[in-house]
Design a protein around this ligand. Structure first.
Ligand SMILES: [Zn+2]
Ligand SMILES: [Zn+2]
Length: 313
């Protein structure tokens, strides 16, 4: 089953150096979760062959334009495509977002589908469940920025155990017994024998996870929230020689992103939200790798797959 992140836009502030402002798609099975929607989002989707179908949830970190200004265009396209299905928008300051969008779109007539606004604001120490379905949950968590800002943690739900096919015929298991074993219960056979679920099933793969943290100044408060995730995207707007300026503008350096990744023991760190002053990104990558070797540059068009991992016994 697919669990992959595609970066659509990875610049901060303005389009520059061939990069566009922030947006990403996390695909879980066929469902596409759009994360931020900066200017250029739709152009990148078109370039990368990503259709607009199966986008039903959009998660916005905050209302700065470099994370938002692609959204009116996307909504307009949905409307022209005669979308009927409701679209769910998650954001801090969701009421302000609602007013902004409805004012902007009022000259276009009816959209033809419902916009459902969800408040994703999270206060310090507060991790908030904002969405769940049968496959995964999404929590928002507070970031430290100039306006109310949240990150998002996407985590798959634990799957049931996997039945060993040969055991079905060996013991003549019924559908009910298979379901019992998959859910970790003991199975009793007609002759009175009791079989442990470990005899009949294999453990499910570990739930996969992705944490998105942009924009934020360095804050160790997020370490316990993102601990152990498969992928962490953490903004790295500046190189560390501009650490003071990063703090002043409430952004992070590449080294600080790596320090968070190290402290949180994540599996892989993806850098992004680069300042337009960096045409070449190699210096950001190398300073991060000194602290956390399994760091990669976030690059537009790249797909970061998270494969299944076998469960620990
Ligand atoms: Zn930004
Ligand atoms: Zn911002």
């Amino acid at each position: 089953m697919k669990f992959s992140l595609t970066i659509l836009g990875v610049n901060s502030a303005i389009p520059a150096n061939g990069r566009v402002p922030t947006s990403q798609i996390l695909q879980v099975q066929s469902e596409k979760f759009l994360i931020d929607c900066g200017e250029g989002c739709q152009i990148r989707m078109d370039q990368y062959g990503i259709g607009r179908s199966y986008i039903n949830q959009i998660f916005l970190s905050h209302l700065h334009g470099d994370h938002l200004f692609g959204l009116p265009g996307l909504l307009y396209s949905f409307s022209l495509n005669r979308r009927k299905q409701a679209l769910h928008l998650y954001a801090p300051q969701s009421e302000l977002l609602r007013q902004m969008l409805l004012n902007l779109l009022s000259a276009q007539g009816e959209l033809g589908f419902e916009l459902v606004f969800h408040d994703a604001a999270a206060s310090p120490g507060n991790v908030r469940l904002v969405f769940e379905n049968e496959l995964l949950s999404v929590h928002s968590f507070p970031l430290v920025h100039r306006v109310p800002t949240v990150g998002y943690l996407f985590r798959e739900k634990q799957r049931p155990r996997n039945i060993i096919p040969e055991k079905i015929s060996e013991y003549g298991l019924t559908v009910e017994q298979i379901l019992e074993a998959k859910s970790g219960e003991q199975v009793r056979l007609p002759d009175g024998r009791a079989l442990d679920p470990e005899e009949l099933t294999l453990p499910p793969p570990e739930p996969r996870s992705y944490a998105y943290a942009s924009d934020t100044m360095y804050s160790e408060d997020i370490v316990p929230v993102v601990a152990g995730v498969d992928l962490l995207y953490h903004e790295a707007t500046f190189a560390h020689d501009l650490a003071d300026y990063a703090a002043e503008t409430m952004h992070s350096t590449a080294r600080q992103a790596a320090e968070i990744a190290l402290k949180a023991r994540v599996k892989k760190l993806i850098l992004g939200h680069y300042s337009s002053r960096y045409k070449e990104l190699a210096p950001l990558l190398s300073e991060a790798k000194e602290v956390f070797p399994n760091t990669v540059l976030g690059e537009e068009g790249r797909v970061y797959e998270v494969p299944f991992r076998s469960a620990r016994k």
